[in-house]
Write a protein that binds this ligand. Sequence first.
Ligand SMILES: C[S@@+](CC[C@H](N)C(=O)[O-])C[C@H]1O[C@@H](n2cnc3c(N)ncnc32)[C@H](O)[C@@H]1O
Length: 437
Amino acid sequence: MTQVTLTSLAARGQAVGKEDGRVVFVDGGAPGDVAELEYTRVRKNHAEARIGRLVTPSAQRVTAPCPVFGACGGCQWQHVSEEAQRAAKRSFVVESLKRIGGIESPAVEATLTPVPPYGYRNRVIHPIEWREGRPVAGFYRRSSHELVEAPVCAVARPEIAPVVAAALQGLTRATGAGGESVRHLSVRVGERTGETLLTFVTGEAAFLGAEPFAADLVANVPGLAGVVHNRQPDAGNTVFGAESRAVAGLDHVRERIRDLTFRVSATAFFQVSAPGAEALAGAVLEFLSGPKASRVLDLFCGGGLFSLVAARAGATTLGVDSAAAAIHDARVSAEWNQLPDASFRCGDGEGLAEEALASFRPDAVVVDPPRQGLARSLAERLASCAASRLAYVSCDPATLARDLKILLAGGWRPVKITPVDLFPQTFHVETIALLSR
Ligand SMILES: C[S@@+](CC[C@H](N)C(=O)[O-])C[C@H]1O[C@@H](n2cnc3c(N)ncnc32)[C@H](O)[C@@H]1O
């Protein structure tokens, strides 16, 4: 069998090598490995493989601590050193900016690492399957709906596993009273307050027998602020439905970021870790307060992280998000922190941006869109808007590069582009691109 030397990491997590002139993407490989490969798919120009025999392990290899690593689809890189992960993430950003953004030699900072390598995720969502009358929590195997049992996750905050264990025990006792209808359970923790929130997702409007067993959990699990029932009537891949209600205790936790208290509800977006949120907010705020931004438009504002941090620093802010739960959180947080100059609107970012740019007249804009990036029409509108500073926070280097191409053509110039490792052990990279005119 031929031996292949793996040379780098690819944006979807696999290691990359070449055999017979064809690029091979290798699951579980590390740059520097020499290996014999087992092919899983062969195409004309590229192939996919896994390691058949590791002939010479790379010096960048480390031992993965999690017992389900390799089976669970959550992490891809527990076997790769932290230095190599950071270098790969920076190179994903550089390569995207060159290839997709058309920027010849992009100046990209070293990857920031505000988050510890393990035990950092403040929310876990487990699919639940019933096996022989017992609920099993885990994660899906990569690219499948096959559940790998894993009630403890190595990258999750340590407060989460005891709540999952108590929830599974509670569900076992609730068998016959609706427990079997639970499709997902989610646990969220306020890292700085220690409060946890447990959410059960079912397809049915009623979660039979929920109240007594939920009240029992709140009474007996230390730190558990509440139990929420979320109804997701659709059978597709979206975990949460629109309807949530607390069946015991509260429907949110509190989180502290910088000197602010945030309301974080069961289903709304919040950054995956408090130090990660602080790093993003700090970088954005430092930029906005250069020559002080007085009017900040925060598109895709979620629970208002950037808005409220900027408002605390003296700006008047307008945040826009399509998720009603996130906007409710943001408005309550503005009240809690006595920030009357932070206002929020619920609706489509693209639709509301035009109106907000015209009537709110921001001098700075923050955008933090989901993976798909900006709609072309929104990128074009921002390219020609009158603001003098733009902070683009992105979770996908490819769509960031595509959108920056439009923004730079409109006269924006990059001030600083920084990859941030918010998700150690995975291929995901966050990027903060700061632009000015
Ligand atoms: C990456 S999160 C950013 C949240 C926020 N900036 C933060 O740091 O907490 C993306 C947000 O975009 C929102 N969103 C997705 N599509 C949207 C759209 N078409 N219009 C407005 N908001 C949208 C989601 O609800 C989510 O809160």
